[in-house]
Design a protein around this ligand. Sequence first.
Ligand SMILES: Nc1ncnc2c1ncn2[C@@H]1O[C@H](COP(=O)(O)OP(=O)(O)OP(=O)(O)O)[C@@H](O)[C@H]1O
Ligand SMILES: [Mg+2]
Length: 273
Amino acid sequence: MSEATSNGPLLVASGVTKQFGGLTAVDDVSFAIPRNAIVSLIGPNGAGKTTFFNILTGLYKPTLGRVSFDGRDITGGRPDKIMALGVARTFQNIRLFGTMTALENVMVGQHTRMKAGLFGSILRLPRVRREERHVRDKAAELLSFVGLRPALHDQLATNLSYGDQRRVEIARALASDPKLLLLDEPTAGMNPQESGDLTRFMERLRDELGLSILLIEHDMKVVMGVSEHVTVLDHGEKISEGDALTVRTDPQVVEAYLGKQEAERQRTEDGVG
Ligand SMILES: Nc1ncnc2c1ncn2[C@@H]1O[C@H](COP(=O)(O)OP(=O)(O)OP(=O)(O)O)[C@@H](O)[C@H]1O
Ligand SMILES: [Mg+2]
């Protein structure tokens, strides 16, 4: 893979705030994603994690604050432009085209990289046919890379298991040649074996393709195993960040997850035991 073009962080969010009417879903969050790293964003339901993703990918404009990617200001930029710069994502609720095959779903993901316009596609010029074949081959390669068995490449997406649909979604995101991959709860609905496979797969993306990954995840085993850095949101605010151990033992984090009473109870028990 190509060398990093600069040494600063890949993505920097500064003072990002998003309000929906009277609700502040993301509240003055500053955050950086290093190059070639896996970092996680965690927090209770409704903490603002997906909203933060939606701001990074241009789906929402922040009410306040700035986002820069690879040294460029992308605040409020169009989603397709941000994707073309190298930010790809998967969705909390899988968004595949159910009536298209796994392979076709991934081919769609490459359209930001295709040169042939509509005109060329209609005329099916030789150059275009070559490009289409190349796109098909690359899609098959990506599906194999994410671990989808070749026999399933031509299955309709809707007929695949949940875990396999997640794989196709990741392959589609990778088809745009991203530098940063945002995964919104990728292990939701997966069994422990599949979650373990995905954890190792994320490490391969970092080590073999040089990607950075920002992971939203409720499965703490996955988060703690794979993340170099963890950021915790609660009610839109960043309440803690650091390495997995620091965050896991931070009383504020324990409280946000378990509630004040339960956190008190555990502290007392620790004191006694
Ligand atoms: N488009 C929207 N319009 C109004 N309110 C919204 C919108 N999107 C999110 N919210 C609200 O913003 C808050 C944060 O939601 P968000 O989906 O970002 O949380 P989350 O951390 O991803 O939660 P979960 O873990 O359940 O996925 C919630 O109170 C939610 O209801
Ligand atoms: Mg969410």
